[in-house]
Write a protein that binds this ligand. Structure first.
Ligand code: PLP
Ligand code: LYS
Length: 435
């Protein structure tokens, strides 16, 4: 943090900088709304996870959850840093293959994988499929039998943990659309079907307890729950897992109320807890996999907007409207997510007023930030919203036929366009005339 508790520096012109670049110049060059990523932060986050596992001497795979932001360029950075990735759809898998991601480092997720998704995964010999339900076991068995191929799998289990996060991003609770329930025996039933399967190589268990989690105790509880199941399976079937995957969910700072833990702490606590269980049970140490998404790209990205209209309601509130909104950042409308931002061309000015930032969609709920302290705002000012690198571009949409914003990477004072701004021609491309 530098001026005013900001995550990025301010230059001599009073402009916010990112990756050694002036944000106002970037806005002029590429237009707004604009997503800008400081690639060096992505790399730092990757290394924090990878290096901690190395220091602890644990065989691991850190699989970037590409749903947080999937594009050819970001997956190339992730590949350079030596991570694996998790994909949840044919589109994400296709993007990964196009990015030249090594197939053996791709893991496929999804609660309703289609024949096409499974076929693409099998044809490309991806590293692992995380099986979610009994129907998928049938589909996968059928496809592998037809192609006479084997594949590694984990099964996703729901440990029954209520994480302290928004209901829509909880996934490990019992009443969830994801995974096999542990408590009611479904997970054991799936394990029984898979342990001696001709085509499916059962490697271990996966669980993901939710997203934007700030406490390690949720993860260590998940470890305990998985090991209590594994203890049963060991007694009954003499089974020990080769792989345990504890998903993602490591929280980041959106506003100053968020208190994220350093990323190494999550890994250290997980490993400590797993080691204590395997020592007690006399199991060999399994490979540990994790799937961070938000914590890899979230704080590396900002969004730049141009301020347009303003509206003062005396005694109520001052609105400023920007040229984007719920089309480039759905999270405030969907999860009441909170963000912090600043007027990037007045980053050195004192905050002597308060505004609420509206998007330009035809929805009252299209508000990006409520009650943000700023200097006096004029039209033409550039607003920078922080921590939009995860689930921003990836959840962008064309509501009101807005075009998706461009994405620029900056690193060491260099900028590069990595996703072009969508054109209106792109938007009508699949429309078919009815005249
Ligand atoms: C199975 C799985 N793994 C990983 C993630 C990534 O989560 P996050 O971006 O919070 O790290 C998710 C999303 O919540 C998920 O469902
Ligand atoms: N899209 C969610 C997180 C993903 C949840 C996936 N299991 C968010 O923006 O917070």
């Amino acid at each position: 943090m530098s001026v005013n508790n900001l995550p990025f520096p301010v230059n001599g012109k009073g402009h916010l900088e990112i990756g050694g670049m002036d944000t106002i110049e970037l806005a002029e060059k590429y237009g707004t709304p604009l997503y800008v990523y400081d690639v060096s932060i992505v790399r730092e986050n990757c290394r924090a996870f990878i290096d901690t596992f190395k220091q602890l001497g644990v065989e691991a795979q850190v699989a970037y959850a590409s749903k947080a932001f999937s594009s050819i360029a970001i997956l190339q950075v992730i590949k350079q840093e030596g991570l694996s990735i998790d994909v949840v759809s044919e589109g994400e898998l296709y993007t990964a293959l196009k990015a030249g991601f090594p197939p053996e480092k791709i893991h496929l997720h999804g609660n309703n994988k289609s024949m096409e998704e499974l076929t693409l995964a099998i044809e490309n010999n991806i590293g692992c499929i995380v099986i979610d339900n009994f129907y998928e076991i049938e589909l996968l068995s059928q496809l592998l039998e037809e192609q006479k191929k084997q594949i590694d799998v984990l099964i996703r289990v729901t440990p029954g943990i209520q994480s302290k996060t928004h209901q829509y991003i909880m996934t490990g609770n019992e009443d969830s659309k994801f995974g096999f329930n542990l408590a009611n025996g479904q997970a054991e039933k799936a394990f029984a079907q898979l342990r001696n399967h001709e085509w499916i190589r059962f490697k271990g268990l996966h669980c993901h307890i939710g997203s934007q989690i700030f406490e390690t105790d949720r993860f260590t509880t998940a470890v305990e729950i998985l090991f209590s199941e594994l203890t049963k399976w060991h007694q009954k079937f003499d089974y020990t897992p080769e792989v345990l995957n504890f998903g993602g969910g490591f929280g980041i700072r959106y506003t100053e109320d968020d208190r994220p833990l350093p990323l190494n702490i999550y890994v250290e606590e997980l490993v400590r807890s797993i080691r204590s269980h395997i020592n007690e049970l006399d199991f060999p140490m399994p490979e540990i996999w994790i799937e961070p998404g938000r914590s890899i790209v979230g704080n590396a990205g900002i969004t730049l907007y141009t301020v347009g209209s303003t509206k003062e309601i005396p005694g109520v509130r001052n609105y400023i409207a920007v040229d984007g909104g719920m089309t480039d950042n759905l999270r405030p409308a969907l999860y009441q997510a909170k963000y912090h931002g600043i007027i990037a061309n007045k980053a050195d000015k004192p905050n002597d007023t308060e505004v609420s930032v509206a998007g330009k969609c035809c929805e009252s709920g299209d508000m990006l930030i409520w009650d943000l302290a700023t200097p006096k705002v004029d039209n033409g000012d550039i607003l920078a919203v922080f921590s939009t690198g995860a689930y921003g571009y990836s959840m962008a949409n064309n509501y009101n036929r807005f075009s998706r914003a461009a994405v620029v990477f900056v690193e060491n004072g260099q900028d590069k366009l990595v996703i072009k701004r969508e054109t209106y021609e792109d938007i009508v491309r699949n429309d078919i005339s009815y005249e």
